[in-house]
Design a protein. Structure first.
Lengths: 361, 442
């Protein structure tokens, strides 16, 4: 049964949830003029990786990434997937810790950090235990409820835009891609990469058309651009680069006189947080899939709870925001691995798989 | 013991068991049955006519093709009792060696067709199901006069034999769904199906889930609509509701009756119902979140006026809301049990005395009264009482989460509820699927 629509919605949810919090600061920090160039560069990398990955997957249609790697050999699969599992666990830790911190900074000043992290983890473990099809359906429902609202706030947030800040369009730095190896840009890649790997893990009964996914990923470009340009147009580059969460600051300046709420931003951000929770449960589900392949003795509910407990303990051990930033930087290497090696390997193996299939009558 | 003697001894225990001696076709026989189920004089008149006809045709009374009844060959005690309990009459010869089972003139033990009591219809067929199974099947047949309609009958239960009828439209219903239902029904339960809990346990549905797996409806037109759209309908004897399988989220918002209105009005009804659900589930939680955790979200004027109305209320907003909700739930529950004549009194007591006095006594804020009233009214925009009651429960989850985490808790509560909805399924059909006849979307 074709479930392209569910997959696309999930794909969007995952990325939109990741874009608006940390990504704008990284892009604004990586260059001073012509931010569109950095956004586009990242985006092109993203789309081409998604295309490669889905193409490779469609070549070996009913197999998922784990099966594909295991065909080559157990040891190979282990060597390839272990870093991926590490990357997933790190992502969960960083996301839970970072977003809990963001929540306390922005609107729950009095609530202790550990309760928020507990809430995030508990909910995502609960959702991930329900299985991937439930996650997808939840995604549809959540998207129906929250997306209209997100779009509305996104449009409203252009209220204070000063379009002169668009200029200058370009300088030597932006034109030569000199920023591409700078730390903030590499960090910004997480918004492009974290999300799409789930496409290779969903079981074959949830099938999708890879072409549609690639088209759908093109639709994300406005979100990427808006997340960077709304703060830039509102504050100007000089001011925007001083904020830790420039986009949120920019949305905070919006004043809608006909609403009974003063801070529309809050609903906006919380909707995004809900998307992040879905993302967390998806990543957790993938991690559990990997773990269960590695250790078949683990049973479903216990494995999930153990994983969540371990992650929770690590999260508690992260003392402050600097440590989170350091973790994010450390995660760059596994991230680059997950971003480039896995899709390329999948593509290569998929190609090989197809050749064999065609040779064999 | 000879069977007539057995029945005589049985008479001591069942006071409504009659053994009536009479002559049919010049043969002395005994007519047995329950007076509570059988109209005796009418039955005797009918019997005489039948016996006369048989005699004219030259057929012996106890013959298979005499047209009086079906002969029983050396029936056991249990068989005789079963036949009597089913409401049939028995004729046995004086010697007790030959038996006939026949359908007598029964007493009318069901109410006449009436309009529904739990679902109101504004435009559309108003007749509702009643307790008589055959009437119900007939009603559905009247509403769906199609040769695709298939009817299968089962008798479930151990000591209480309960007739159950499964209806479906051949060619419309999805085969796997039909197969799993029939498979379940044919395994025959090892316990009595006295209520829907027992039935859903028999079908293997989760015991604790607040999502109803049977969408119940009192209206034959809804049942016919469901059948035409490839769902299965179960009718239980003595149960004036049709059980529609599978139950879906859209059943909360979509009713066949809507289609008797212009399309735009139909859609506005549905949007209204969806809004009703959101208002009902979200408002109390939102109030608690905004008052106790995130007051800065509100515009300063509203925040001040709410704070002003809460002035003098001695406890946190969660307790305040829970208190008033408790009173509301009590009112709802008691309104079901109240005699119709006392209903208005409760409205007055609830509305004026509780509403007005509770504010003046500064026990709760008047904004809360507005919010809970809106929420309770919104609760019943949903179709089906079983859905409305389930919604009442979700409200409390959101309330608690909101009190702990403010607006964040509220939204995460929504995610949890959505996830729970997406997990629910009936015979493998997800609760959230969009239903089209014969096809299924995610």
């Amino acid at each position: 049964m074709d479930k392209s629509r569910q997959t696309i919605v999930m794909f969007w949810i995952v990325h939109v949830g990741l874009i608006f919090f940390l990504y704008p600061a990284d892009i604004i920090g990586s260059l001073s003029v012509g931010h569109w160039s950095a956004v586009l560069l990242g985006f092109i990398i993203h789309v081409s990786l998604v295309a490669l990955y889905t193409k490779g997957l469609s070549y070996c249609a009913p197999l998922n990434v784990i099966d594909l790697f295991q065909r080559v050999g157990r040891l190979f699969a282990f060597a390839m997937l272990l870093p991926l599992a590490v990357y997933f666990v790190l992502i969960i830790i960083i996301t839970v810790r970072a977003y809990a911190e963001i929540v306390t900074v922005i609107f729950l000043g009095n609530t202790p950090l550990w309760t928020i992290m507990l809430l995030f983890l508990a909910v995502s473990v609960f959702i991930c235990q329900l299985g991937v099809e439930s996650i997808f359906r939840t995604g549809i429902l959540i998207a129906l409820l929250f997306f209209p609202f997100l779009i509305l706030v996104l449009i409203l947030s252009f209220q204070n835009a000063d379009w002169h800040y668009l200029l200058p369009l370009m300088d030597r730095d932006a034109a030569t891609f000199a920023y591409a190896l700078r730390r903030p840009f590499l960090k910004s890649l997480f918004a492009f990469i974290g999300g799409f790997l789930f496409l290779g893990f969903i079981p074959s009964r949830v099938s999708y058309q890879s072409r549609k996914i690639v088209y759908a990923s093109l639709g994300l470009l406005p979100f990427f651009l808006a997340s960077v340009y709304i703060p830039l147009l509102t504050f100007g580059e000089n001011t925007a680069s001083k904020f830790p969460f420039p986009f949120i600051m920019a949305v905070d300046t919006v004043d809608v006189s006909w609403l009974m709420f003063d801070r529309v931003t809050m609903f906006f951000m919380i909707s995004l947080l809900c998307f992040v929770i879905l993302f967390l449960s998806l990543v957790m589900w993938m991690t559990l899939l990997l773990l269960k392949r590695g250790m078949p003795a683990l049973k479903a509910p216990t494995a999930g709870l153990l994983l969540a407990a371990a992650i929770y303990i690590v999260c508690l051990l992260v003392p402050n925001w600097n440590a989170v930033e350091r973790l994010m930087w450390w995660n760059t290497v596994p991230r680059l691995y997950a971003a480039f090696v896995i899709p390329l390997a999948v593509f290569a193996l998929g190609l090989r798989h197809r050749r064999r299939e065609t040779v064999r009558p | 013991m000879l069977l007539p003697a057995f029945l005589k001894s049985r008479q001591a225990r069942d006071m409504d068991l009659f053994l009536h001696s009479l002559y049919l076709a010049e043969e002395p026989v005994v007519l047995a049955g329950y007076t509570s189920l059988i109209d005796l004089p009418q039955t005797i008149v009918m019997l005489r006519q039948l016996a006369l006809n048989a005699d004219d045709a030259g057929k012996p009374l106890f013959d298979r093709d005499s047209g009086v009844g079906t002969p029983l060959r050396e029936p056991g005690e249990q068989e005789v009792l079963d036949a009597l309990a089913a409401g049939d009459a028995l004729i046995c010869s004086e010697s007790g060696d030959r038996w006939l089972r026949l359908v007598p003139v029964g007493r009318t033990l069901s109410r006449a067709l009436e309009s529904p009591t739990t679902e109101n219809v504004l435009r559309g067929a108003i007749s509702a199901f009643n307790e008589d199974l055959d009437t119900n099947v007939g009603l559905v047949k009247k509403h769906m006069s199609s040769d695709m309609l298939r009817i299968r009958s089962y008798t479930l239960g151990l000591s209480q034999r309960r007739k159950t009828v499964l209806l479906y439209a051949e060619g419309k219903i999805r085969e796997p769904l039909l197969r799993s239902i029939v498979q379940k029904l044919e395994t025959l339960p090892d316990r009595d199906i006295s209520d829907l809990q027992a039935l859903s346990a028999f079908f293997g549905f989760s015991k604790w889930s607040p999502i109803t797996r049977f969408n119940t409806s009192e209206l034959p037109q809804e049942a016919a609509f469901a059948l035409e759209h490839g769902k299965a309908v179960l009718l239980l004897d003595r149960f004036p509701f049709a059980l529609v399988l599978p139950s879906l989220l859209s059943d909360m918002f979509v009713s066949q009756n809507d289609r008797n209105f212009p399309v735009i009005i139909m859609f506005s009804f549905r949007i209204l119902r969806i809004l009703g659900v959101l208002v009902n589930v979200l408002l109390p939680g939102l109030y608690v979140a905004l008052v106790s955790v995130n007051p800065e979200v509100l515009r300063i004027e509203i925040a001040l006026s709410i704070a002003g109305s809460r002035e003098g209320v001695p406890y946190p907003s969660l307790v305040e809301t829970l208190l008033l909700l408790l009173v509301l739930e009590l009112t709802l529950e008691s309104a079901i049990r109240l005699p119709k004549t006392i209903g208005p009194t409760i409205t007055m007591v609830g509305g004026i005395i509780l509403g007005q006095a509770v504010v003046q006594a500064k026990l709760v804020s008047n904004v809360l009264i507005i919010i809970l009233a809106a929420s309770t009214i919104a609760n019943f925009t949903v179709i089906g009482f079983q859905n409305a009651t389930a919604l009442r429960l979700y409200k409390y989850l959101l309330l608690v989460l909101s009190a702990m985490f403010g607006v964040l808790g509220l939204f995460i509560g929504i995610v949890v509820i959505c996830a729970y909805f997406s997990y629910g399924n009936t015979f493998g059909i997800p609760y959230l699927s969009r239903w089209k006849a014969g096809r299924r979307y995610g």
